[in-house]
Design a protein around this ligand. Sequence first.
Ligand SMILES: N[C@@H](CCC(=O)N[C@@H](CS)C(=O)NCC(=O)O)C(=O)O
Length: 225
Amino acid sequence: MFKLYYYPNNASLAPHFLLHHLNADYELLLVDKQSNAQKSADYLKLNPAGRIPTLVVGEQPIFESSAICIHLCELHPQSNLMPAIGDPKRPLFYQWLAFLNNTLQAELMVRYYPHRHTNNEVTIPYIIAAQDARIAEALAIINNQLEHNQYLLGDTLTACDYFLFMLAQWSLPIARSPLTFENLAVYLKRLCDNSTIKAVCEIEEIDLAPFRNTTKDSHILAHQP
Ligand SMILES: N[C@@H](CCC(=O)N[C@@H](CS)C(=O)NCC(=O)O)C(=O)O
């Protein structure tokens, strides 16, 4: 039995996709970010970083979304959500998951929490603009990877695709939305038909319409990750 401490459309979304895909026995526990519950004494005992998500496996809490995803894949090797040890794609899985988590997600975090990166409020719009450009650079690299690949690692869906879908959702409001990248737009539209993505987005009340009706100038509102 797994317990996922989550908030809709936060970094808990990728682990939530995996738990659903794996048909795992799990419970969702809402961390009320509106009341800063991620900084409460009880939650900090599970996750001293005070961030969402945390996965509790038996008695063991684990934080960091990418670590949670790797652990879930390792517990379910038959799912093929991560290439097996010895498969040449295994290191590429690590590469892309690290790129998503340490580059794209990290840039998005600065973009959505700019006040944490300056002591001068006046600079905030400049931080956002700079981050939008850095996020677009990361999206361009992913777009190139998707030119000849159905999924991030090739022909097979892996946990990296669920992770990317989460970050693409967060990236919708940036100056250069992922939907303005040709390969990414086609890929994201296709992923909207994935039964796990459909089901989890319904639970978390995430609107998939922007991915389905891709117009270059569709104005997109998303809640802050
Ligand atoms: N590197 C962490 C980042 C987690 C993270 O920053 N989560 C955000 C929500 S998407 C959060 O908890 N924000 C609230 C806060 O920083 O107080 C991970 O991937 O799990």
